[in-house]
Design a protein around this ligand. Structure first.
Ligand SMILES: Cc1cc2nc3c(=O)[nH]c(=O)nc-3n(C[C@H](O)[C@H](O)[C@H](O)COP(=O)(O)O)c2cc1C
Length: 169
């Protein structure tokens, strides 16, 4: 899939159905995360590929729809490695969401609900106390067609040359 097609097609899917996902696809997705830019190239992120149905079910304490995921990629961050750690994990998450879309799967960036259950989720995944567990990407196929959330138009958020100048030069 062309990059711009993947950007346009990516959407948050919270109605997943189980599907077979080859480990090769999951590793390809993680590789897209690994290759993301990071402040001063510190790469303060690590990834956990989760396919065990029992673990996936336990992790649905974070958000109910996660129980229907066929796999979850969890992003672990080391806050001490870089002051840009949150930007860095975000860049890796978006790279992975685009890779997931390009491979024909669905996902959703799960962070808000994870932060409320971070300690419980860390215990389930044996994440060390001094590391952060920041983002889950549950992966599967979509139960419903769905579409990306409505976005503001380019005209509403784009200026040319100077802030406030909407006319193209
Ligand atoms: C930082 C961040 C945190 C998010 N946390 C959650 C979350 O905890 N649960 C959830 O269902 N969606 C979460 N989302 C997904 C957003 O709700 C979603 O991206 C937004 O509504 C736009 O929809 P779209 O992804 O279809 O474009 C999060 C997205 C971002 C970027």
């Amino acid at each position: 899939m062309d990059l711009f097609e993947a950007i346009a097609k990516r959407k948050s899917c919270r109605s997943l159905i189980k599907t077979e996902i080859p480990m090769g696809d999951l590793e390809k997705i993680v590789d897209a995360g690994r290759l993301a830019p990071s402040g001063m190239n510190r790469q303060p992120f690590e990834f956990i590929i989760i396919t065990d149905p029992e673990t996936i079910s336990k992790l649905s304490i974070v958000q109910g729809f996660i129980r229907d995921a066929s796999a979850i990629i969890a992003i672990v961050a080391d806050e001490k490695q870089s002051k840009y750690w949150l930007e860095d994990v975000s860049a890796s998450a978006e790279n992975m969401l685009l890779a997931i879309t390009a491979l024909g799967y669905e996902s959703c960036w799960v962070e808000g609900t994870l932060l409320r259950k971070e300690e419980e989720a860390k215990a389930i995944l044996n994440v060390p106390a001094d590391k952060r567990l920041v983002i889950f990407l549950p992966i599967g196929k979509s139960l419903v067609a769905g579409s990306q959330a409505i976005k503001k138009s380019a005209g509403e958020m784009t200026y040319y040359e100077k802030y406030g100048q909407r006319q193209r030069p």
